[in-house]
Design a protein around this ligand. Structure first.
Ligand code: C2E
Ligand code: MG
Ligand code: MG
Ligand code: MG
Length: 280
């Protein structure tokens, strides 16, 4: 149905619109088919370490719709999260990520790959087994996989989430808190979570280096992270000044200043094949 209506139906969707329940249902139905028909596509966005050297990438999903073109995850992830469809979607991304990590490992490359996991998936009974199954199937180095979760996992049954995270960190897999600073605004919860990385939300990076408030926020987050021995990644690094700030503060950075998200093949051609070629 949604397909026949054409136009910008999907682009108009807002999760908060009260009349949009039917639309969300239609998107959900189309997305279910998209998963089956291989219309999802994996993009990678580079992450550089504190020396400005490539350290890894984040996997970001896109929907290559036959009529609508490339659809942003900001539009369809919230719909997928209304049902267990998000579990299938996350697992599709996890499998692609496992496959990539195994390939990199066979080429002697030990970059990290970060995968976004919905809070709903963390709460789902299959979460730990889903991740273990991908690890068993693709045999990549567990230390290379970073699972990004948001403060949404704190909402209910926190202890159950922590227990699951501990089962996976025991295998060597890492966790990152994504969009850090935008959620529950209490720094203290972080010490109770088995995470190895904080990703500072791009809204704080925007004001660097001009806004004193943003600098204060970022420096506070860095101080806490240091105390807890966590890696810090700055998201939304768009300018040379922001990149310099990150390097001076010892942060990893990710953002348009380094590169935009690219389809896997383009990303590999730009970031890996070049490196491999000059190394040999
Ligand atoms: P996120 O995980 O916080 O991803 C960062 C978002 O910031 C990405 O948007 C990325 O394209 C964008 N970005 C990167 N660099 C810059 C920059 O320099 N400036 C600005 N303004 N933006 C930048 P994207 O790809 O549209 O993803 C949006 C969100 O959708 C993600 O936020 C994540 O929460 C969710 N998402 C994406 N892929 C997946 C997935 O495979 N599974 C799940 N569960 N969620 C996903
Ligand atoms: Mg993320
Ligand atoms: Mg983020
Ligand atoms: Mg986000």
């Amino acid at each position: 149905v949604a397909k026949n209506q054409g136009g910008n139906r999907y682009a108009c969707y807002r999760p908060t619109d009260s009349q949009s329940a039917l639309q969300a249902f239609q998107i959900e139905k189309a997305l279910r088919q998209a998963l089956d028909q291989n219309e999802l596509q994996l993009f990678l966005q580079s992450q550089c370490d504190q020396h400005g050297v490539l350290a890894g990438a984040e996997a970001l999903v896109r929907w290559q719709h036959p009529e609508q073109g490339l659809i942003s995850p900001a539009l369809f992830i919230p719909v997928a999260e209304r049902s267990d469809l998000i579990i299938a979607l996350d697992n599709w991304v996890l499998a692609r990520a496992g496959e990539l990590l195994a390939n990199w490992r066979s080429r002697g490359l030990n970059y990290t790959l970060s995968v976004n996991i919905s809070p709903r998936h963390v709460r789902h009974a299959s979460f730990v087994e889903d991740v273990k199954a991908v690890l068993a199937r693709y045999q990549f180095a567990p230390a290379a996989l970073v699972l990004e979760v948001t403060e949404g996992i704190l909402v209910d049954d926190l202890q159950a989430s922590i227990d699951k995270m501990l089962q996976l960190t025991a295998l060597g897999i890492s966790f990152a808190i994504d969009d850090f600073g935008t959620g529950y605004s209490s720094l203290s919860y972080i010490r109770n979570l088995p995470v190895q990385e904080l990703k500072i939300d791009q809204s704080f990076i925007k004001g660097i280096p001009d806004q004193a408030n943003d600098i204060a926020m970022v420096e506070t987050i860095i101080a806490v992270a240091r105390q807890l021995n966590l890696r810090v990644v700055a998201e939304g690094v768009e300018t040379a000044a922001q990149a310099l700030f990150c390097q001076q503060q010892g942060l990893w950075s990710q953002g348009y200043h380094i590169d935009k998200p690219l389809p896997v093949s383009k990303w590999q051609a730009r970031w890996l094949d070049r490196v491999t070629a000059t190394d040999s």
